[in-house]
Design a protein around this ligand. Sequence first.
Ligand code: CA2
Length: 156
Amino acid sequence: MAKTITVLKTITVLNGPNLNLLGTREPEVYGTQTLLDIETKLRTHAKTHGLGINFHQSNIEGELVGWVQDAGMADQGIIINAAAYTHTSVALHDAIAAIQIPVVEVHLSNIYAREDYRHHSYISGVAVGVICGFGAQGYLLALDAIASMLADKKQI
Ligand code: CA2
């Protein structure tokens, strides 16, 4: 009898510079959860949607660009908190514009309630949506949004 192989759909989650410090400094702005806490919760939550997670953090812009390109060829969606590169990176903008899968931009803090230089994002214009101000919960909301988009696509 022929075997059925189910290939797990995967979402890449990208975290930009200094997010490796989460939970250790500025808890009043970024909360008390570490990036590992967020990763663990996302992996558990992804299972409930039947999805897998590729989770990365880098302080190097080009590394993030490379992961966007890889995900565009292999995964079903991207959740990205580009951190400070949000406000500076044409390279990330161009990488996201070049792929076909949905990208959801996430920020822990409400960037619009902070300094003016955080109000502009190079990511937002090429993302399907933006979630900010809900702390670590924003990553789970982004996952729900992508899962819902993938479920809708299946019905078409
Ligand atoms: O609110 C967010 O998620 C941000 O993307 C965080 C970035 C900031 O540049 C963006 O404007 C908004 C900063 C991430 C730095 O993370 C730290 C965490 C703990 C201690 C120090 C920095």
